[in-house]
Structure formats: C-alpha cells, structure tokens
Design a protein around this ligand. Structure first.
Ligand code: ADP
Length: 446
C-alpha cells in the first residue's frame, strides 16, 4: 500500500526532516502543532496543520487521543512519530492500529519488549549479543544486590528497567552503598517512569559509546554501520561521527545486531547501542526503536535516505537493499547546535535576531531555525544539526571548523563556541575519547 497522506506527530528539525522525505515521495504532509509552534517552518510548509493547544505545551504532542483524533480528521494513512514524544508509546501504537492507521515504526509488542531494559537485555543475550554481566531480574534487596556485585565485581551501576535519558542511574563501588543507591534509583524511576523496577549491571570504565543503525522489515534486517557518540553531557550526545570501527569489527557486530533485530521481528529503523570497553569488548546497552537525531551521519556516509526507507517499510515494502549493497564512503561528523549556554548547558530560549548557516560542498544543516524564530523554552534545546563530510576524518574536521566559523546565531546562547574548541582539542583529534570526555576536558567549557 502506498501512503497518500501522513501525519507528522512531532515538531522542530525532525518534523522538517520527515516533511522533506514525504514531499520527495509525493505523499501529502499533515502535522499537529501546539500554540508555540503555530508559525514554525514545518507547520507553514505542511499541506494540512491541526492545532492541539494545551496549557502545558508538551501535552500538545503527548495527548494520545488528541493525536489519534487529528490523524482521523485529516484522513491520514499513517503517523510518523519522529523521536521523543509518542515515538515509544505502545499504547499510542495500539490505538492507531484500532483505528486502522499505520504507525511508522515497530509493533506495539516490540516497543513494549524493548522499552524494558531487563527484557531487552535477555532477548538480545538469547540472540547472541554480548551484554555486560548483571541481574536478569529486578533487584530490590541490598543483600541480593551485594551478593550479585561480589560475583560480577565492583564497580556496578543500578539502572531503571523502564529507564531513559540516564535518569536515576547510580554507580556503586562498595556493598555499604547499596541500601541508599537502590532507594534513590527506585524512587527516581517511580516518579519518572511510574515503574520502580531496577537492575544491577557491571559498570564499564573508560567506555566508548558505539551504536549501529539497523533497518528491519519484520523478518529480515540489514545494518548501515556504526556511529561513535561518546562526546556527551548528562548522558546526552553532543557530537556524533562515523565510521569508527575496522571493517572486520563492523561486519562482526553488524551481523549480531541484524540477528537481534530479526529475533524480535523488528520492522523499521532501529539503533542498537553499545558500550565498548578499553580492550575493545562490546556490551549491548539498549535498542532505540525509532529514527534517531544522528541518523544524518549515516545518511552522509552511506548515501541512503534512511527516513524514506523507514516509510517504505511501513507501507509494507521489503528491505530495499541487500547487505552487500551498503558501502561506506569517507567520514561524517555532526555537531548538535543546541540553544544552551556552552558552560553549564542551561537552555537559552529566545528570538533569533540573526541567523545564518553554512553551506557548500560536504556540508549539511538540518534545522527549523530562521531569522525571527522564537525558540521556545519548553521543548528540547536542539536548534540545528550541523554536519560535514570529508574523504577522511581530518578533512571532515577541517570543514567543520570552517562551517562553525561561518555560523551566525544571534539572540540565544548556543554550543558553537564549545564545538569549535572540541575541533581543535588534541584528544579529540587523536580519537582518544570516552564517555567521560566532557568531564575530563572542563577547560573546553570556557
Ligand atoms: P538511557 O536509556 O537512560 O539513556 P542507557 O542504558 O542508554 O540509558 O545508557 C546511557 C548512558 O549511561 C551510556 O551512554 C553511558 O554513558 C552510561 N551507562 C549506562 N550503562 C552503563 C554501564 N554499564 N557502564 C558504564 N556506563 C553506563
């Protein structure tokens, strides 16, 4: 079935990204929006826009029944959730199913399975993926936890089963810390996710974050290689790049992630996240069952339009490529230009009095920003994604320096100065980067 009209249930740069993909496919674009976004680019460029105004601006994009109603009102064949908001809400997927509307993403059952880190770990371990040593069931008793930690060795990390955004995680280095660390993690998990189940896992020291891009059609899966995303603040990525691994390692882990996706009947785009320790060993972390902010890096190095592929799969198509047809060329880097102060990462909403983004050979900018844009304070602070491509990493970095120097953003604090310093930093240049990079280079914060 070909979609005639798709509703975008999102905002900002990803709404614009999806809109462009739909336009090229000659699919009509409908979009929901809150009051704050009524003048935004994706809303102005859409064919049909459905306002959902709420006192709490987030509710405009989180009200399941209102979004389902909007999809029915505009006679959408499908809904694209983007990332965040309802993208991983199994109840939303079920409601759309009941109404005969396609959700562009995996099934509700797969979302439920992958949304539970304990279940997801077990499923991926069974499929042959390497996982860090840890508990296969929820842990609530300090004595049980400390017996487990004696087996796997300190330090360990306590994480919420329903976790996301790094919320509640506690690192434990000795048995006497368990009582309070368990309580803290459980109470954070209860208030953030309404689910207090937590589990214990080996804490990987000196780790790098490496993730794999996957596309499944419900039966088979292919992978588009890896992205390296270790430069993070508060467990949120700031710089992403690829490729990172040797061809041998890429195909070894790539085979495993495809097997993992096939084991759960995965349909659509997915990202398999791993930590890689100082010895090069991989440990599965989680699957993100949706398009990711950094899918753009993979698009630049493989030349494939991932968002369109995800839409074609939702239409009922098979995998459009064989694994052998996917090749990687050159190197790409993405800098997230958040509207935040580049020292403490505090959001900096406001009006863009002036705004100019770089362009030219090997440069891509995904943004909904423009002169006069009023960046609201109530949503994510991602203002623009600046990407450069080069034949080599060095060329991509040189192009990024020049592109950052050309970027003009007046009116909001932003991360351009931080990224500019990272591009000159010697550990970054020599690829000596772990997830502690920002903490270990506080001088970069200016
Ligand atoms: P969330 O879903 O909350 O984002 P993840 O499991 O994806 O949680 O982990 C997010 C980040 O937390 C990782 O990128 C890493 O920085 C840190 N982390 C998670 N598990 C471990 C671990 N076992 N050892 C070391 N760091 C970890």
């Amino acid at each position: 079935m070909s979609f005639k009209r798709v509703l975008i249930a999102n905002r900002g740069e990803i709404a614009l990204r999806i809109l462009r993909a739909l336009r090229e496919m000659e699919i009509e674009v409908a979009i929901i929006h809150g009051r704050e976004d009524r003048l935004s680019l994706p809303v102005r460029l859409s064919d049909v826009a459905v306002p959902i105004y709420r006192d709490n601006p987030l509710d405009s994009y989180l009200d399941v029944e209102a979004v389902v109603e909007a999809a029915k009102t505009v006679s959408a064949d499908a809904v694209h959730p983007g990332y965040g908001f309802l993208a991983e809400n199994a109840n939303f997927v079920r409601r759309l199913e009941e109404e005969g509307i396609t959700f562009i993403g995996p099934s509700a059952d797969v979302i439920t399975l992958l949304g539970d880190k304990i279940e997801a770990r077990a499923a991926m371990e069974a499929a042959g993926l390497p996982v860090a040593k840890g508990s296969s069931e929820p842990v609530s008793d300090a004595e049980v936890a400390s017996t487990l930690a004696d087996e796997i060795g300190y330090p360990v990390i306590i994480k919420a089963a329903a976790g996301g955004g790094g919320i509640g995680m506690q690192i434990v280095t000795s048995a006497d810390q368990f009582e309070s660390a368990l309580n803290l993690c459980q109470s954070r998990a209860r208030s953030a996710f309404g689910d207090e189940r937590v589990f214990v896992e080996k804490y990987i020291e000196g780790a790098q974050h490496v993730e794999f891009q996957v596309l499944g059609d419900g039966k088979d899966a292919i992978h588009f290689g890896e992205r390296f995303c270790s430069i993070q603040r508060r467990h949120q990525k700031l710089v992403e790049e690829g490729p990172w691994l040797s061809d041998e390692k890429r195909s070894e882990i790539g085979d495993l992630v495809c097997r993992g996706a096939e084991a759960v009947g995965y349909k659509g785009l997915a990202t398999f996240e791993f930590l890689r320790d100082a010895h090069g060993e991989f440990y599965f972390l989680e699957v993100n069952p949706r398009v990711q902010v950094e899918h753009t890096v993979t698009e630049l190095i493989t030349g494939h339009n991932l968002v369109q592929m995800g839409i074609r799969i939702a239409e009922g198509g098979n995998l459009p490529l064989s694994q052998e047809e996917i090749v990687w060329k050159g190197h790409a880097i993405q800098c997230r230009l958040n509207a935040e102060d580049p020292r403490q990462f505090i959001p900096s909403p406001g009006r863009l009095w002036d705004c100019h983004f770089p362009a030219g050979y090997g440069i891509r900018v995904d943004t909904h920003a423009h002169i006069g844009y009023d960046m609201p304070g109530c949503f994510d602070s991602l203002l623009a994604k600046l990407l450069t491509w080069g034949h080599t990493r060095e060329e991509a970095i040189a192009r990024m320096r020049s592109a950052l120097d050309e970027t003009i953003l007046v009116g909001v604090d932003n991360l351009v100065p931080l990224h500019r310093r990272i591009m000159d930093e010697k550990d970054f240049l020599s690829r000596d980067i772990t997830i502690q990079y920002i903490e270990m280079h506080e001088d970069l914060l200016g």
